[in-house]
Design a protein around this ligand. Structure first.
Ligand code: SAH
Ligand code: SF4
Ligand code: F3S
Length: 465
């Protein structure tokens, strides 16, 4: 690091090494958010401090997402604003990170020459090196495929209670609609030891909940060595859950995103047996129609998906199930769309993220002739969303008058007298700051609540002894 210690030999003060203020806007998924937290940690380590507002910052990072076209276009409008600022503030540093950076590369520099640094998601941990090159007057492009270095920096995490922990980067699947493999690269699993050591550090800092992250978390360990005596692959996600489960101080463990193609009964059994693993599974099914699933190259049938959900509910009856769905995939006819609606009704999801299919660069489905007109996609999305809301509300009603354990995560921004947190099943829940004995709950505390209000996407409760 380009800093020296002060006269007392202590760590240098921020004012001595201050390089100006930074701002990071995050556009993408949990992995994108986790990358932002690591980049914020690196910037603070370099002496930057968080700006009060985006338009006041000396250094701006847009950590971008390209999963759908509208996510990508948003970045260009943000960049236009900063490019104008830079014309009057030449010292402003403009960085585009994440998946649009990887996809567009040099094109971004040509379109917006004010940008100083374009860096793909595999380079997030190298921000300091790249920024030093920028400070030396270069315009830098970092999008080559790279082996992701173990992260030595402490992430500047947004929460002091819940933390994300990357376990596998990249994705080796080839879903025909999806841009992720081309922008996030090949699967790279971290070693169980590196993961455990990061979680131990988090526990020592007072974190209570961790979420293990991967685009296809069931692929964890495929690229690591090891076969058991019985000939089974070692270092699976299930092995990892057993390996990290006893870390003292961590109360809750979650993981995402699960892929129906690789989701095993062994994993479900581990989730049922290990008490810290929360009863929530995010398992995208994408379409309720087998022909569409085949065209998407998802590698499972809807029958297999239903069997997984049945098995989860047999072993963990209270489990919440959430999912992702795409409507208007090329060739989807009305009956096939109806099949998706039927699955939503049949399974009764707690939450479904919905999207209209968006053709993406370098993906097979984007080149097919049988595209669905936008008007139909919009109509289907509207119909789907209204069903999702209805089923979520119905499903939520099971919480009414139930006792739930909620981990206090912070103050409700809309009502300062309330705290908010989530149930083990990942339902956002609001409750009074003050307990039955007049005690004030603190962030990181597990609070027993009786649920008294149920809405489509959140709950409210009253603390009980
Ligand atoms: N790895 C996860 C998904 C990551 S992308 C999985 O395999 O399920 C998050 C979600 O974005 C996907 O589940 C999908 O529903 C949606 N998505 C991805 N590509 C899309 C596209 N081209 N158009 C519309 N939605 C898309
Ligand atoms: Fe995309 Fe499929 Fe990989 Fe998920 S599993 S990130 S949808 S290619
Ligand atoms: Fe978006 Fe990249 Fe995540 S495209 S969804 S930020 S992996």
């Amino acid at each position: 690091m380009a800093t020296s210690s002060n006269a007392l030999g202590n760590k240098p003060l921020l004012t001595e090494i201050g390089r100006g203020s930074y701002w990071i806007t995050t556009f993408g998924c949990q992995m994108n958010k986790a990358d932002s937290e690591r980049m914020a940690g690196i910037l603070e380590g370099m002496g930057y401090f968080k700006a009060k507002a985006e338009l006041e910052a000396d250094l701006v990072v847009y950590n971008t997402c390209t999963i759908r076209d509208n996510a990508e276009q948003k970045v260009y409008s943000y960049l236009g604003r900063q490019a104008q600022r830079k014309q009057v503030l030449p010292h402003l540093k403009l960085i585009v990170a994440g998946c649009v950076a990887q996809q567009e590369g040099a094109t971004l520099l040509r379109r917006v020459p004010e940008i100083d640094l374009v860096m793909g998601p595999q380079h997030a941990n190298r921000l300091e090196t790249l920024l030093t090159q920028v400070e030396n007057g270069q315009q830098v492009l970092a999008t080559e495929e790279s082996f992701i270095l173990e992260d030595l920096t402490t992430a500047r995490r947004d929460s002091q209670v819940c933390a994300w922990v990357n376990v596998i980067y990249g994705c080796n699947e080839r879903c025909t609609y999806c841009v992720v493999p081309s922008v996030r690269g090949k699967e790279q699993s971290r070693t169980p030891e590196a993961i455990r050591s990061e979680i131990e550090k988090l526990a020592a800092l007072g974190y209570k909940e961790i979420t293990l992250l991967g685009q296809n978390i069931d692929a964890y360990g495929r690229d690591l060595p090891g076969i058991t005596k019985e000939g089974r692959r070692q270092n699976t996600l299930t092995d990892l859950l057993h390996y990290i489960h006893n870390i003292e101080g961590i109360d809750r463990i979650r993981f995402a995103t699960s892929h129906p193609r690789y989701f095993t009964n062994r994993l479900i059994t581990a989730c049922a047996e290990l008490p810290k693993i929360c009863e929530h599974f995010h398992i995208p099914f994408q379409s309720g129609d087998n022909q569409i699933l085949k065209a998407m190259a998802r590698g499972y049938t809807i029958e297999k998906y239903k069997t997984i959900i049945e098995h989860i509910r047999d072993l963990i009856p209270n489990a919440a199930i959430s999912s992702d769905v795409i409507v208007g995939f090329p060739g989807e006819d009305d009956q096939q769309f109806q099949n998706t609606l039927s699955i939503i009704e049949e399974i009764g999801f707690d939450l479904v993220n919905t999207a209209a299919y968006s053709p993406r660069p370098n993906t097979p489905a984007a080149t097919w002739k049988n595209q669905i007109p936008d008007s139909i996609k919009i109509e289907r999305l509207r119909e789907l969303n209204s069903l999702v809301e209805k089923t979520a509300k119905k499903r939520n009603s099971r919480y009414k008058n139930h006792l739930e354990e909620v981990l206090a995560e912070g103050i409700n921004p809309k009502d300062k007298q309330q705290l908010m947190g989530r149930t083990r099943t990942n339902r956002l829940t609001f409750f009074p700051r003050e307990g039955p004995q007049g005690q004030l709950y603190k962030n990181g505390e597990l609070v027993k609540l009786k649920i008294n209000e149920v809405r489509s996407f959140s709950l409210s409760g009253i603390p009980v002894n």
